[in-house]
Design a protein around this ligand. Structure first.
Ligand code: AP5
Ligand code: MG
Length: 190
């Protein structure tokens, strides 16, 4: 089983590159951001709680996200593997993912960090805000808070995976095809 953690700040290209990886390696895409947005759209009790965090650019509570991941991973036990996009985002989530995957003897194969300079992230998110319809793209203040939250809470996970020798930095600049090729080379060598 190939389990990839596709990692990086808001706007790094996680969703864009996940599409290439799932096609190439026949994997299932799990984006916690997309799952949360569908809970919000369906106005479920968890969605209503999550909305107040997401709309401000803060992280949703760990218990909501961990519950979602456990449910999907168990439903898709016979998958070839997963691309986790935007998850884990805290040490608590990373520990929960390790314990879930270790139960099935299918640990994280590698963590792929898409490295993109801050100025380019802001430019990409500002461009996307014109068309995405995402509540958290709507204002510069919220975009800035997402980036700040990433640096405070999520970026330290690079060390977490580095300590497990699973950390791979990928240059996240250039064309989407160039970046996909870099990812394919790294994943093929895992
Ligand atoms: P999430 O949905 O994960 O959003 P994000 O991390 O803020 O990242 P984005 O989806 O905005 O960017 P991306 O890296 O996917 O890049 P994309 O491919 O779209 O999370 C949203 C919110 O949900 C969080 O803030 C949090 O509140 C909550 N949440 C989610 N997961 C959570 C968790 N685990 N725990 C707690 N809370 C959680 O690309 C961005 C743009 O750039 C696009 O317009 C794209 O077309 C463009 N682009 C892509 N590649 C290139 C390129 N090479 N050159 C130029 N433009 C490019
Ligand atoms: Mg995304």
């Amino acid at each position: 089983m190939l389990n990839l953690v596709l990692f990086g700040p808001p706007g790094a290209g996680k969703g864009t590159q996940a599409d290439f990886l799932i096609q190439k390696f026949n994997l299932i895409h799990i984006s916690t951001g997309e799952l949360l947005r569908s809970l919000i759209a369906a106005e479920t009790p968890l969605g209503i709680i999550a909305k107040s965090y997401i709309d401000e650019g803060n992280l949703a509570p760990d218990y909501i996200v961990i519950e979602m991941i456990n449910t999907i991973a168990n439903e898709k036990r016979d998958a070839n593997g997963f691309v986790f996009d935007g998850f884990p985002r805290t040490v608590e989530q990373a520990i929960a993912l390790d314990s879930l995957l270790n139960e099935n003897n299918t640990p994280v194969s590698g963590m792929l960090y898409l490295d993109v300079p801050n100025a380019e992230l802001i430019q990409r998110l500002n461009n996307r805000s014109e068309t995405s319809g995402r509540a958290d793209d709507r204002s510069v203040a919220v975009i800035e808070n997402r980036l700040k939250t990433y640096h405070e809470k999520t970026d330290p996970l690079r060390d977490y995976y580095n300590r497990q020798n699973k950390y791979h930095r990928i240059d996240g600049t250039g064309t989407v095809n160039e970046i996909a090729e870099r990812l394919f080379t790294t994943v093929s060598a895992l």
